[in-house]
Design a binder for this molecule. Structure first.
Ligand SMILES: [Mg+2]
Length: 265
């Protein structure tokens, strides 16, 4: 678990935990900033590239290529984790498998291109999602401690955060800490929340992933705010209709009104 302290120039020093009205653990990818859309664009371009390289007559559809690359990628997540190199490798393998299966020549230039296109996604600038900066401002104003709660490789996640915070001043000033973990689950969340779990009624996890954000929060008996935006196949997980502690928002633009009610509950 890699913890980076925020508010480098706030001069506020350490605030004792009991003073915070809430402890907000806010997911990064596809909660505060758009991520999946970058992968979807690269996927689409790669699928077209592979389809063209396989040549005439067409033996697979673009959708089948996308499904295969996604399956290989997911299998890699389960074996090697959220390493950023797995996604470019998945694309190279998908093309290799298809060329082999259908007896088409493997073009090294295409292998290189799909790999590079996929490789760039992890480092691409991310756009703030609607309501994201306002949600952080509202949390800060209400006296909440804000933790960015994110999974992946430290180098990649840090790069993305730094880029977004440069374009999102003064948001960085409102963030107390960034917690980067190899992958999120209930044990990781318990460890990250640590002494904050003395006040479970003040803890909330805000995120788009049923698997990584919602399920762990519900298992620890803290509030889960499920922001139901874009997400990728690895994030899927069954969540019941009426689970105690679960709140669904269509977008973070609904967060200020929801949070106001939550504070007064
Ligand atoms: Mg996410």
């Amino acid at each position: 678990m890699f913890i980076l302290s925020g508010r480098p120039n706030s001069g506020q020093g350490e605030v004792p935990l009991e003073r915070y009205r809430a402890f907000a653990f806010v997911d990064w990818d596809d909660t505060l900033v758009a991520t999946n859309v970058l992968y979807s664009l690269a996927n689409r371009e790669n699928a077209r590239d592979v389809l063209a390289a396989l040549g005439e007559p067409a033996v697979v559809s673009e959708e089948e290529i996308l499904t295969l690359a996604d399956e290989i990628d997911l299998a890699k997540v389960r074996t090697i984790g959220l390493s950023h190199s797995r996604y470019p490798e998945a694309w190279a393998e998908a093309y290799q498998q298809l060329a082999e299966k259908w007896g088409r020549p493997l073009e090294p230039a295409v292998v290189k291109r799909v790999r590079e296109r996929a490789e760039q996604v992890a480092w691409a600038p991310q756009e703030w999602l609607p309501g994201a900066q306002e949600a952080l401002r509202v949390l800060r104003q209400a006296g909440a401690e804000i933790s960015i709660w994110t999974a992946g490789e430290v180098e990649v996640q840090q790069h993305k955060l730094e880029h977004a915070f440069l374009s999102g001043q003064p948001v960085w000033q409102w963030v107390d800490q960034t917690v980067i973990v190899p992958d999120k689950d209930t044990a990781m969340l318990r460890q990250a929340l640590g002494p904050r779990l003395t006040w479970p009624e003040r803890c909330l996890v805000i995120g788009n992933s049923p698997r990584a954000d919602v399920r762990p929060a519900l298992e620890l008996g803290v509030t889960a705010v499920w922001v139901q935006g874009d997400s990728w196949s690895y994030d899927r997980h069954p969540i019941g209709e009426d689970e105690p502690g679960l709140h669904r928002l269509a977008s973070l633009t609904q967060f200020p009104a929801w949070f106001e009610r939550w504070l007064q509950r």
